[in-house]
Design a protein around this ligand. Structure first.
Ligand SMILES: [Zn+2]
Length: 267
């Protein structure tokens, strides 16, 4: 089990703020559970902020115990259920928008797409930004980026970036890799496009001194009580997971490449 330093940054990766059953249930934390989780972290002395803000505070030498709170994809329930929870618990957050799907359904969830699969419209995303939530980029079509050919990769990163900045009139600083997959080529293009950090899945704690283009995150699920989450951010969870993931990565990457060639969409 890792020994966290004071400057260790736990980052949380949420998706939908709702309750669903079935195979995607871990992607949805109901509002009451989210309130319990965030309140427990605040009560344990943590300050909950968006990821860009957390990294800025760390750079400025803060001594606060920080947690970065992030939400991926941009589900509509973030506006209706997520924002009220953030207001109630005094937490700040980052939301990563899947740009090409805004106003539509989360097509990449395929046949499993549950009720929560509806994404914010552009106007609604503007409302979220106006409420003080940091907006970040989650690409256009939500495909794993590390297996895309150069032209398509550029499209996914640069076009989504330009569209977000133009339509929201905000500077984009953070990028979240769809499904977490990245590699040097992907990270370099994200940096060249103007981002100062990016985030993956990782399932461990971010440590100062590590580069900022694959900040790892922990995934709270509906099964985590407030106390469970306090324990998770303290030690980063079971350290076996990243090791297994690293071992399995080359084979899984090949599988995804083959799926891309066959035109299939992986969830
Ligand atoms: Zn996503």
């Amino acid at each position: 089990m890792a020994t966290p330093t004071r400057e260790t940054l736990p980052a949380l990766m949420y998706h939908s703020v709702s309750a669903v059953g079935g195979p995607l249930s871990e992607l949805a934390v109901p509002p009451r559970r989210l309130t319990e989780q965030l309140s427990a972290l605040t009560a344990a002395g943590y300050r909950l902020v968006g990821l860009a803000e957390a990294l800025d505070l760390l750079s400025a030498g803060t001594t606060d115990k920080l947690i970065a709170v992030t939400f991926d994809d941009g589900y509509r329930d973030f506006l209706t259920a997520g924002l009220p929870v953030l207001a109630e618990t005094g937490a700040r957050a980052t939301l990563y928008a899947s740009v090409g799907h805004l106003g539509d359904r989360a097509g990449w969830l395929g046949r499993w797409a549950p009720d929560f699969g509806r994404l914010l419209t552009w106007d609604e995303l503007g409302e979220v930004a106006a409420a003080g939530v940091e907006i970040g980029n989650h690409s256009l079509i939500h495909h794993p980026l590390d297996v895309l050919p150069p032209d398509q990769l550029k499209d996914e990163i640069v076009r989504s970036h330009e569209e977000l900045e133009q339509r929201l009139q905000l500077k984009m600083r953070g990028f979240a890799y769809p499904h977490g997959y990245n590699g040097r080529r992907v990270r370099e293009l994200v940096r060249e496009t103007g981002y100062d950090h990016a985030t993956e899945v990782g399932r461990r704690l971010h440590r100062p001194g590590e580069h900022r283009f694959a900040v790892p995150r922990l995934q709270p699920t509906p099964a985590h009580s407030g106390a469970d989450l306090v324990a998770l951010v303290r030690d980063g969870g079971p350290q076996l997971v990243p090791q297994v993931k690293r071992l399995a990565q080359p084979a899984w990457r090949m599988t995804r490449k083959m799926a891309l060639r066959a035109g299939r969409n992986l969830t």
